[in-house]
Design a protein around this ligand. Structure first.
Ligand SMILES: NC(=O)c1ccc[n+]([C@@H]2O[C@H](COP(=O)([O-])OP(=O)(O)OC[C@H]3O[C@@H](n4cnc5c(N)ncnc54)[C@H](O)[C@@H]3O)[C@@H](O)[C@H]2O)c1
Length: 250
């Protein structure tokens, strides 16, 4: 029970295939109390099917500062303090996840970076007054930040930005006793991935490149997330941990 007594905000559960749901399950198994945020009413209905009826579900659209502010104010009033945040949020328009990267629109580039990278900074800003010392923030990234993955395009650039944001935030938040880290997860078929053209190829490539030819599971990603949120990971600061079954080796 690595997380006994800890209250963790999990952002990004869209359905049972979401990485955020894999994380939430692992956190619950390790004794944490999980507070969920959702993007909009359509997604709230999806989370309601998964979680205990007593769980708190709080609207938080990260494209809107007021929404983030309101969500964390509510969390502060109800829980006073929290011990961690899981940020498992990304978005790019489907038309930006195919073709030539040089054709990406200014608006599409901006949107991908706003939702997939800036949102971690904004969430940290509003979560900061609530976070206990020690505290921990974990975000989700992908290898497409470092290598060219066909069609991942603007999201790869946004993930590189997110990883830099993790390092800068880790440096700032250290004085508050809060560690910030990222998990670079192997490809898993989720709603977000289906936006990438020929996403089946991307997932197949990820599975074929693992030394044991088996793709990573939600449980494996969730378990690492639980560890990073726990005090056992106190020495890990501003790092990006691969949880991809070794895809990054080749
Ligand atoms: N699936 C993979 O192969 C893979 C691999 C590595 C990293 N990741 C990352 O994991 C994270 C979670 O994605 P996933 O694959 O579980 O897909 P998912 O579709 O299940 O989750 C994406 C979440 O982002 C949320 N979101 C999008 N725009 C938002 C907004 N404006 N406000 C609030 N929430 C918003 C969605 O509601 C959804 O819950 C993402 O950062 C993704 O890039 C995924």
């Amino acid at each position: 029970m690595l997380l006994n007594g800890k209250k963790i905000v999990v952002m990004g559960v869209a359905n049972k295939k979401s990485i955020a749901w894999g994380c939430a399950k692992a956190l619950l198994e390790q004794g944490a109390e999980v507070i969920y945020t959702y993007q909009n009413d359509r997604l709230k209905k999806q989370i309601e099917k998964l979680v205990e009826t007593s769980s708190d579900l709080i609207e938080c659209d990260v494209s809107n500062d007021q929404s983030i502010d309101k969500a964390f104010q509510f969390i502060g009033e109800k829980y006073q303090k929290i011990d961690g945040v899981v940020h498992a949020i990304a978005y790019a328009n489907k038309e930006e996840l195919s073709g030539n990267i040089s054709d990406v629109s200014r608006a599409g580039f901006s949107l991908a970076h706003d939702i997939s990278s800036y949102s971690l900074l904004a969430v940290t800003k509003y979560a900061k007054p609530l976070l206990n010392d020690p505290g921990s923030i974990v975000s989700l990234t992908y290898f497409g930040s470092e290598r060219v993955i066909p069609n991942y395009n603007v999201m790869g650039i946004a993930k590189a930005s997110l990883e830099a944001a993790i390092r800068y935030l880790a440096s700032e938040m250290a004085s508050h006793g809060v560690r910030v880290n990222g998990i670079s997860a192997g490809a898993i078929k989720t709603l977000a991935v289906t936006g990438v053209k020929d996403y089946n190829e991307l997932i197949k490539m990820s599975e074929d490149r693992t030394p044991d030819k088996k793709g990573v599971t939600l449980e494996e990603i969730g378990n690492t997330c639980a560890f990073l949120l726990s005090d056992m990971a106190s020495g890990i600061v501003g790092d990006i941990i691969y949880v991809d079954k070794g895809v990054h080796l080749s």
